[in-house]
Write a protein that binds this ligand. Structure first.
Ligand code: GAR
Length: 233
């Protein structure tokens, strides 16, 4: 088996997407290896979970550093120490500078809880409900300097039910996030998706891969499918 691509994860909170990536990487023949988890918040629940899996962790609070550059330099040093080639942002709630991103362009990916370019930023589920969309979901994209911008690699759609609250919608989207992120990291680690001229370019897609981009069915409650059927002409 060829060497697995060393991958680090940046988190700020509970780290459920991080856990999904750790679980994916534990699969046989998975092309990426999780070498470490960094958090800007020492109290982030995900750090203890990562440590319990025997994964290296680093807590680097922004307040411990005089500037954003100094903070990012410390993160960069840790990533280099681990030999991380790919960086996955998994609920890392801090903007990375253009310099940091450009040094690792095409090798930093982020998951966001909406179908971008809709609903960048925070409170995506409340905003989706307010907007009255019937499809919501999540996106994994290459990270560029703008917030929740950058070429889209993969998306998972989730139907919205009229009875949804921000919390019910969030939990359904989170389930889709957990399925999507592991698949997308696989593609990036295998070099089957690359960042070229500002676009995510896919090669060697299988029918299974493309189905995952539309709607990962295991996450869909049959009640929501029935609900969607009512809208079918
Ligand atoms: C996830 O829903 C992720 O998509 C979101 O934060 C949550 C983190 O949860 N990220 C963003 O909003 C980034 N713009 P987790 O810590 O359980 O993975």
């Amino acid at each position: 088996m060829s060497a697995r691509v060393k991958t680090a994860i940046l988190i700020s909170g509970r780290g459920s997407n991080m856990q999904a990536l750790v679980a994916a990487a534990a699969e046989r023949d998975y092309p990426a290896e999780i070498v470490g988890v960094v958090s800007d918040r020492p109290e982030a629940g995900g750090l203890a979970v990562a440590a319990a899996h025997g994964i290296a962790t680093a807590a680097l609070p922004r307040g411990d550093f005089p500037s954003r550059d100094a903070h990012e330099a410390a993160i960069d040093l840790v990533l280099r120490d681990w030999g991380a080639e790919i960086v996955c942002l998994a609920g890392y709630m801090r903007m990375l500078s253009a310099g940091f991103v450009e040094r690792r362009l095409g090798r930093v990916i982020n998951i966001h809880p909406s179908l971008l370019p809709l609903f960048k930023g925070l409170d995506t589920h409340s905003r989706a409900l307010e907007a009255g969309v019937s499809l919501h979901g999540c996106t994994v994209h290459f990270v560029t300097a703008g917030m929740d911008e950058g070429p889209i690699i993969g998306q998972a759609a989730v139907p919205v039910s009229p009875s949804d609250t921000p919390d019910t919608l969030a939990s359904r989207v989170l389930h889709a996030e957990h399925q999507l992120y592991g698949r997308v990291l696989r593609w990036v680690a295998e070099g089957r998706v690359t960042l070229e001229n500002g676009r995510a370019v896919h090669t060697g897609f299988t029918a299974d891969d493309s189905a995952a981009l539309i709607a990962p069915t295991p996450g869909i409650d049959p009640a929501h499918l029935e609900n969607l059927a009512r809208f079918t002409p």
